[in-house]
Write a protein that binds this ligand. Sequence first.
Ligand code: DOR
Ligand code: ZN
Ligand code: ZN
Length: 418
Amino acid sequence: MIFKNAEVVLKSGVVRADVTVENGRIAAIGKAGAGDGIDCTGLTLFPGLIDMHVHLRDPGFERKEDILSGSRAAVKGGFTQICCMPNTQPVTDNKVVVTYIKERARAAGLCKVHPIGAITKGQKGEELAAIGGMKAAGIVAISEDGKSVQNTKLMANAMLYASDFGLKCLCHCEDASLVDGGVVNEGYCSTVTGLKGSVRAAEDIIIARELCLAESLGLPVHICHVSTYSGVQLIREAKARGVKVTAETCPHYFTLTDDAIRSFDTNTKVNPPLREEKDRLAVIEGLRDGTLDCIVTDHAPHHEDDKRVEYNAAAFGISGLETSFALSYTQLVKGGILSLPQLAEKMSANPAKILGLEGGELETGAPADLTIADLGKKWKVDPKDFVSKGKNTPFAGREVFGKVVYTVVDGEIKYGEK
Ligand code: DOR
Ligand code: ZN
Ligand code: ZN
């Protein structure tokens, strides 16, 4: 199969070329001869996007999402590989659950799904999960996402143990005692709404702790969904002195501020919370200067019943797979912050590198995982169009640029606009 006459996003720049696929791999990038193909004139071809932080809710919360619906949302959003967090029921803390997820994903047959194992049994923060067994079953990292491991000694042991298996810890950073029931960022907007605030320090203290552990153990660590200006600065300083840290953020942290909570729309409730303008600008600067390596969705689909309740009672989370690419392209590339190759780096190459996944760049011999988008296409976010079961987005009605037209996995078209 040949994808003809596309604007191809290579690491070194954007070139007009044909991409030839054979046996599920990229056979050539350049001028192809005559032959069957898909005309990609006017379209832009990226390395298949990789989202290293999603919640698929399966097993246990299939009312919110399941592996098939989540995979459909992923390919519609342009993702060829996704990594799913372990806060399922039962928790993904053993090889049986890991195997279940992989089998369901294979049956869905859409994108590649890589499970992430829990750090502790049942995410209870008491004893380490069966990390070796999960690694053998196919996890690509461990994480306690949804919370932090509160006991520092246990977290240090987790990092040591994980490194024996060549795994990284992906750290959701939140000091539970400081959050103390806060549901939004503490600041002017929490005051005017009367919603209980949570200070930046609740996130920053655990970011700093994980950086200290990584530095003292000489091990790599990855910081999840950075939302604070001060967290960005902690990571920037740690990188400068050689700490092996990588970090991610999400479209909502560089697009929205806590001003959005004044509507009391529970779709703005997310953890960590939307912060203030100086945080949003620092997150953008962190992406620009390389402090923040990846853009992830933290796709957190919820059922209407979990969101159509009073703000304090609503679930935390945003359904992000179907808006991430367009929000990132619109905000960062059209906004003049990142080039297309840099966007591809944040949404594909770096996640692959951090987790040791195949793919992430367009080169001959690589798996033919491709995301083909119409960057000129303007569209309006409408949760009714989501194929995810989670319709919970704070972006409803927003106009964005960049529509995924084809998502190709191992040379097969898994999503097509037409
Ligand atoms: O907003 C969030 N939702 N943050 C998390 O850390 C967990 C996630 C979820 O599982 O719903
Ligand atoms: Zn999290
Ligand atoms: Zn998460």
